[in-house]
Design a protein around this ligand. Structure first.
Ligand code: SAM
Length: 229
């Protein structure tokens, strides 16, 4: 594991390796109870979930207060937190059973400063306790870029970052041009990585929030998905 991560510039101490291994066991245990992931082979979990999540660590500012939208199994947030102990995380997840699993994983892994919030991004994004409160917001496999921007932008502070994990990026970014502008974002960089053993390509899109998101967004009532900006 150490060598695989080191090839991507990520240093793992023995303690962090133990945590990732234990996280793998927790996922297996819980996957029998609820559908967390179709990836079950140990090497695939290591690469497609752990390495894939950790690969974006360098884009998160030191000590950042981060939010993840649509955590599911805890990707990319929990591997990021294991690799970068300085980050704080609020995990937003709509499904109650997944929230229970996330709370269990956070406790078992003794992760400090990780809060699990059960709810929908389009509702919490209007809540003053969460709106424009985060230095960085991230998400993987939740929605297309134009929808995702409306879910995530409301949580980001002005000058904060949006770090989106995507497979294909070019077409989604083109479709999201209007959403990016309307919500106060600007694209900073698109970073492409090849996962080892031909396990796919990952694009990490980094945006900066350059002005406040207008109060009308997120629109709610499913409009984000039904009528993307
Ligand atoms: N991010 C994880 C990953 O990459 O493995 C989970 C991806 S899973 C396909 C999408 C997750 O996002 C689900 O757990 C779903 O419940 C959650 N989700 C989808 N829309 C959401 C919303 N509007 N607010 C909060 N959670 C949402």
């Amino acid at each position: 594991m150490k060598e695989t991560f080191a090839r991507y510039g990520i240093k793992l101490s023995d303690d962090k390796i133990e945590k990732l291994k234990y996280f793998g066991e927790i996922i297996k245990e819980y996957n029998c109870k609820i559908n967390l992931t179709s990836v079950v082979d140990d090497r695939e979990v290591l690469i497609k979930h752990f390495l894939d999540s950790a690969i974006g660590e360098k884009f998160f500012p030191i000590g950042a207060n981060c939010c993840e939208v649509g955590s599911g199994g805890g990707f990319p947030s929990l591997p990021l937190k294991i690799v970068r102990e300085d980050l704080r995380f609020t995990l937003i997840e709509a499904t109650g059973k997944k929230c229970e699993y996330l709370k269990y994983a956070v406790k078992e892994l003794s992760l400090d400063n990780v809060l699990v919030v059960c709810g929908r991004a389009e509702e919490l994004g209007k809540d003053k306790n969460y709106r424009e409160k985060f230095d960085a917001v991230t998400a993987r496999a939740v929605a297309k870029m134009n929808v995702l921007c409306e879910y995530c932008a409301p949580f980001i502070k002005v000058n904060g970052k949006f770090i989106a994990y995507k497979g294909e990026a070019a077409e989604e970014l083109k479709e999201a041009e209007n959403a990016v502008k309307t919500l106060g974002l600007t694209i900073e960089s698109v970073n492409c990585f090849d996962l080892p053993d031909g396990m796919g390509k990952r694009n990490i899109i980094v945006m900066e929030k350059i002005k406040n998101t207008p109060a009308a967004y997120p629109r709610g009532n499913g409009k984000e998905r039904k009528k993307p900006l």
